[in-house]
Design a protein around this ligand. Structure first.
Ligand code: G4P
Length: 283
């Protein structure tokens, strides 16, 4: 799924978020475990101040596990509970409810002091397009849960998904836009397939990915495609084309096709678990 963002979309998304944030106690912010910073929009810090926060490293199955743990530590140091999840397969989902309670402990305590007992925590999921918001909501809510909020005949009003007696979740996630005007961020978003490939030509994008992989994950490409790594990423792309029999009609190598194969293999985890951003560089 590719998104083209226009200022109109952004303004609308922001306005909806501002409205919805008033209704909730807890923001569940999804980030992509492969690029936990580039898949965030720091505007949420401003929009969501005074609200409890839980950070989920989604698609944790695609990122290196030791890096996932480092990122969890990084966010926890900032004062936000963080957990890794795989929404697609349901990994980590079971533990979420207890982490939600942990993230809202202050609020529950405040309520208790005021004599408010057992008021459910209301939460909303937010994140950039394609980070897995819908998949996560479905995984968390399951099929059996009841929807509350809308009465028959009343079309206005929010839909709340009751997760248990303590937690209600707004069924529509808040959409944040990434900071794609930053070139580095844009490149990483393009690597994971979150913004249109046309921003860079496929071959250029693949060459950048090859550069990154050779520097940070040496040996991965050699092993996957049975090639010898060299200095020139475009030469390496030609070797991948050869190894995968990407041939142009007539003669010559179809490096564009090879670039597509490489990006697809990376995005689907077929090159192994790879993290593009490390907390060391973020501190
Ligand atoms: P959004 O609401 O934030 O826009 O994201 P959405 O849930 O539509 O998820 C975007 C893509 O990410 C989907 O793939 C979804 O299956 C995948 N996804 C979500 N969570 C995870 C996860 O934890 N791990 C992995 N590996 N993938 C995840 P798709 O290509 O659009 O569809 P499909 O291939 O699942 O059919």
């Amino acid at each position: 799924m590719h998104f083209q963002w226009y200022p109109g979309h952004m303004t609308k998304a922001r306005r909806m978020m501002q409205e919805n944030i008033k209704l909730i106690d807890l923001i569940i912010e999804l980030v992509d475990a492969r690029i936990p910073l580039s898949s965030r929009n720091p505007d949420i810090d401003e929009l969501g101040r005074n609200k409890a926060r839980l950070i989920l490293l989604n698609k944790a199955d695609l990122a290196e596990d030791s890096r996932n743990d480092e990122w969890i530590e990084y966010f926890r140091e900032k004062g936000w509970p963080a957990v890794k999840v795989n929404s697609k397969k349901g990994g980590g989902i079971k533990s979420i409810q207890s982490v939600i309670q942990e993230a809202c402990r202050e609020k529950t305590e405040r309520d208790r002091k005021r004599g408010i007992l057992n008021r459910p925590v209301r939460a909303m999921v937010v994140g950039i397009p394609n980070v897995g918001k819908s998949t996560f909501i479905n995984a968390l809510a399951g099929k059996a849960c009841a929807k509350t909020g809308n009465k028959p005949g009343v079309t206005k009003g929010k839909q709340w998904i009751r997760l248990n007696k303590n937690v209600e979740l707004l069924d529509t996630p808040g959409i944040l836009w990434p900071k794609f005007e930053d070139q580095e961020v844009g490149l990483k978003l393009a690597f994971i397939g979150s913004i249109k490939d046309e921003i860079l030509q496929t071959e250029e994008l693949a060459a950048e990915l090859i550069r990154f992989l050779n520097a940070s994950y040496p040996g991965v490409l050699e092993e996957k495609y049975s090639i010898e790594a060299g200095e020139d990423p475009y030469e390496e792309l030609r070797l991948i084309a050869e190894s995968r029999h990407c041939l142009l009609k007539g003669s010559g190598l179809d490096t564009e096709k090879a670039a597509g194969i490489l990006l697809d293999d990376f995005r689907n985890g077929r090159l192994g678990r790879i993290t593009l951003e490390i907390p060391e560089n973020a501190r």
